[in-house]
Design a protein around this ligand. Structure first.
Ligand SMILES: Nc1ncnc2c1ncn2[C@@H]1O[C@H](COP(=O)(O)OP(=O)(O)OP(=O)(O)O)[C@@H](O)[C@H]1O
Length: 834
């Protein structure tokens, strides 16, 4: 193994402070003993290459690896029943380890095109959401990126923007709903009656799980009446209250004739949580770790440009491998008593494996007014419709209010945003108010989110909580708009709380006068979706941001997934004595029990028809359907949305190639709508809080286990019922080993009748050729970066051409030679170049 010593010779001067930061925060005693595997690289190209190639460090706990196989025979009925024994046999004292999925670091072709450019320009890059803004800047700066063919097609395609929505059914926009902000506190019984052997059991009796009668009257839920209008109440952030007017309202004839989802039978026990110590979610202390470069499921990848694994690791990362134990800060169990007892440390109690009745409740018995937050915040909380704390709020609030750094893990849709915002607001409340003569008032709370949607959502939630704090301002900087406009806005509207995406924030640090000074006031730094922000795609930006805020601060890291890598590197942001609060109960999965998960394995050429058939079936079952279809890349997303639009489904699309104004509009619409399908790339995978999503379909292999969990987490939020389907080709089945501890069942592939197949083929023939070409190229890029699929280039090209045929193309589209070269695919038989 070749080792190169780390040298600053090649290091840009501006990176030196970050290195200092890293080195001072890497005490040798901070990590458990580990086998040192990687070697180091000093090249400036390394961070870029490390994003280009899907390599990640893998850490593995000693001595335990879950071996339980979940291979229950699956019929479409099977997953409706209770999931006993589906992977809860974890020995005490162990936290579940993340699976060893390889992560594709090229999330979509935007990224692909950017890394192609990076290889030319050596400029740093972030991930999908950030990329779009940067592309804009790059264009402004006049680089040659425009020459990249995919960009060209994007510009062309974007021009149609929302008007391009073809013949999609826009019935929902004319409707606004009455939504009571009340919190759902019940699960609904799943009806076992009326079962058919199909992947989508009818949603009879589901009830809409809104305790205060949201849509309670089923007669009002007859959605197909496009003139029906509802009023909408709280529970939805202000920002998303804009009315969206559709341009189209066509009948597609796909709506069901029935709506069987009446009020539910309640299973209160499974939903409300006993506030006693018994009810608390706890995590066990981590034992030693072994650093590995790869896990069982991974093998050394073939690197197209001949870069070795060791070349992709930085010295900082390698250093972590030789540190010792106790690098994770304090892992303490929290109990409800800690909320109200002044300073007393809580009793430590590890819950046994999930027990009936405590499995998946997200609300605690503790009320907000029982804890020490300011009366005005309490008023805001009340108006937002929150009374009891969620489990993660109960567990983290007292610790954060004490000023401790926290790394918190809690399932999707369980209120993490309020968990970090509320105590942060309290810090502002206790700080001196901004005075008029302060030219550059300090930013006291800085919240970083990986996507624009998420940042907007967090700032909207903050505004809700700040309703009675008129002197506290929130601003959001997310890119997608011209930097100059944003500069003006943040200068004109002083704020103490800033919510930002990393790339745009970094831009402001570097280019906005006085901004860096304002950041020196930061008292609380929050990384939402922390594991994502700390992975290789964002790491450099995050390090830069951390170096721009004071060392004396409180840092909060939140996510639904905290893989070992993050535990290992969280010292980048957190103090040594931080607390790791894991509210995912020992023995319980990281996904929600009330979300039925299925995987279907079918040949690639059947996927389009299957997606259509699955959607049709779901729509027929549930008049209030609200579906997210996740695709591997932005261009594949566009293709699938085009296809479903041609098939007259009521569909929207969202991905990084859409302008921000469009993304915001579609996101708002989907948040408010029912009877709508949103086809999306991973811009919607994390954090986005769309209420009442009934089904999440993931088409093709997700980037990794975490992404699977986050995507699935768009349904089943706040304890509601939901369904997830993962559609894989046979050669993608390897991914299942990464999620084998989750309660996912094998589904029987529905048969697609010849008429449907023909209908889909006809619809595909109407999809624009350039969109198919772009999808093909993007598909190739995505799977090329997957270390399993991309390893065998010949096979990869065969599969890509299968994908091309599945789009109805006789010949695979030609790809620019330059792109093929950068993908390491030059001269691979079966590819056409231009
Ligand atoms: N105490 C509470 N009581 C009831 N509802 C709450 C409470 N706190 C937050 N919520 C609501 O729960 C929903 C989910 O919250 P949030 O989006 O913060 O979840 P999350 O845990 O961050 O999810 P994800 O992991 O997907 O990012 C939101 O609609 C929010 O308004």
């Amino acid at each position: 193994m070749k080792t190169t010593s780390f040298s600053t010779t090649f290091m840009p001067v501006r990176l030196l402070p970050q290195l200092r930061l890293l080195s001072t925060s890497l005490p040798a005693t901070h990590f458990p003993p580990m086998k040192f595997a990687p070697t180091l690289s000093s090249s400036r190209a390394v961070p870029i290459l490390s994003r280009v190639f899907p390599l990640r460090l893998r850490y593995m706990g000693l001595g335990f690896r879950r071996s339980l196989q979940i291979e229950r025979a699956f019929s479409t009925r099977a997953f409706r029943g209770p999931r006993t024994g589906s992977g809860s046999e974890l020995p005490r004292g162990y936290e579940r380890r993340a699976g060893g999925a390889s992560k594709s670091l090229i999330e979509d072709e935007a990224e692909l095109s950017d890394w192609v450019s990076e290889l030319r320009s050596d400029s740093p890059r972030g991930r999908e959401d950030e990329l779009e803004g940067r592309r804009g800047r790059v264009r402004e700066r006049g680089t040659d990126r425009e020459s990249y063919p995919m960009k060209k097609s994007r510009r062309e395609s974007d021009s149609g923007d929302f008007g391009e929505s073809r013949r999609r059914d826009f019935r929902s926009p004319n409707q606004s709903f009455t939504r009571n902000g009340g919190i759902s506190k019940r699960f609904d019984n799943k009806s076992e009656g009326d079962k058919k052997d199909r992947p989508f059991p009818p949603r009879n009796n589901r009830g809409n799980s809104n305790s205060s009668g949201e849509f309670g009257d089923s007669s009002r839920r007859r959605f197909p009446n496009p003139n029906e209008s509802f009023s909408r109440n709280s529970g939805i952030s202000k920002r998303f209250d804009n009315k969206f007017q559709s341009d189209d309202d066509k009948e597609d004839g796909l709506f069901p004739r029935r709506n069987n989802r009446g009020n539910s039978n309640l299973k209160a026990d499974s939903f409300t949580r006993n506030g006693g110590v018994e009810g608390l979610r706890r995590g066990g202390r981590e034992t030693g770790k072994t650093l590995r470069v790869m896990d069982d499921t991974e093998e050394e990848e073939e690197k197209p440009t001949g870069v070795r694994i060791e070349d992709l690791l930085s010295e900082e990362e390698s250093d972590t491998a030789i540190s010792d134990d106790d690098g994770y800060g304090v892992l303490r169990e929290k109990s409800a008593t800690s909320l109200f007892g002044s300073d007393n440390e809580v009793s430590v109690k590890v819950l046994p494996k999930s027990s009936p009745g405590s499995s998946d409740s997200y609300l605690s018995e503790s009320r907000f007014d029982q804890c020490s937050v300011s009366p005005l915040s309490l008023k805001g909380i009340k108006d937002a419709g929150y009374e009891k704390m969620t489990v993660v709020q109960e567990a983290t609030l007292p610790v954060i209010l004490k000023g401790k750094d926290v790394l918190a893990k809690a399932k999707t849709g369980t209120g993490k945003t309020v968990a970090f915002l509320l105590p942060s607001i309290e810090v502002v409340v206790k700080s001196p108010p901004i005075t008029r003569d302060q030219k550059r008032p300090p930013i006291l709370v800085l919240v970083i989110c990986p996507t624009r949607e998420l940042a907007s959502q967090a700032s909207a939630e903050a505004n809700k909580l700040l309703k009675y704090h008129p002197s506290i301002g929130v601003q959001v900087v997310i890119g997608g708009t011209r930097l100059a406009l944003e500069q003006k806005r943040i200068q004109a509207n002083p704020c103490q709380i800033l919510v930002a995406t990393p790339g745009r924030l970094k831009d402001h640090i570097e280019n906005t006068a006085g901004f860096a000074t304002r950041l020196m006031g930061v008292k609380v730094l929050v990384l939402d979706e922390a594991d994502h922000l700390l992975d290789m795609g964002f790491r450099k930006d995050i390090e830069r941001i951390i170096s721009a805020v004071p060392k004396q601060r409180q840092t909060l890291l939140f996510s639904a997934t905290v893989p070992e890598e993050v535990r290992q590197i969280c010292h980048i942001a957190l103090k040594r004595d931080h607390e790791y609060i894991n509210t995912v109960q020992e023995g319980s999965e990281e996904t929600h029990a009330q979300v039925r998960q299925t995987h279907l394995v079918a040949p690639l050429d059947k996927h389009f028809s299957l997606v259509y058939a699955l959607l049709k079936e779901h729509i027929a079952d549930d008049v209030e359907y609200k579906v997210l279809v996740f695709c591997t890349t932005a261009m594949v997303t566009r293709l699938v949305a085009d296809l479903l639009g041609e098939l007259n489904l009521n569909v929207r699309e969202i991905h990084s190639r859409k302008p921000q104004s469009y993304r915001t509009r579609v996101s708002d619409e989907f948040r408010k709508s029912k009877g709508l399908i949103l086809v999306t790339s991973d811009v919607s995978a994390r954090g986005v809080d769309y209420p009442d999503v009934t089904l999440v379909i993931q088409v093709g292999v997700p980037a990794d286990r975490q992404q699977y969990i986050h995507r699935l987490g768009r349904t089943g939020r706040k304890g509601k019922e939901g369904q997830g389907i993962l559609l894989l080709a046979p050669w993608e089945e390897f991914f299942l080993s990464n999620i084998k501890d989750l309660p996912i069942n094998k589904g029987s592939v529905p048969s697609v009748d010849p008429d449907t197949t023909k209908k889909v083929e006809r619809a595909l023939s109407k999809v624009e050729m350039k969109n198919k070409e772009a999808a093909y190229q993007a598909w190739l890029g995505y799977y090329n970066s997957n270390k399993k699929v991309g390893r065998d280039k010949h096979r990869l090209v065969e599969l890509a051409n299968e994908f091309s045929r599945s789009m109805g193309l006789d010949n695979p589209p030609a790809i620019p030679k330059l792109v093929l070269g950068k993908m390491g695919l030059k001269n691979v038989p079966g590819l056409r170049s231009k």
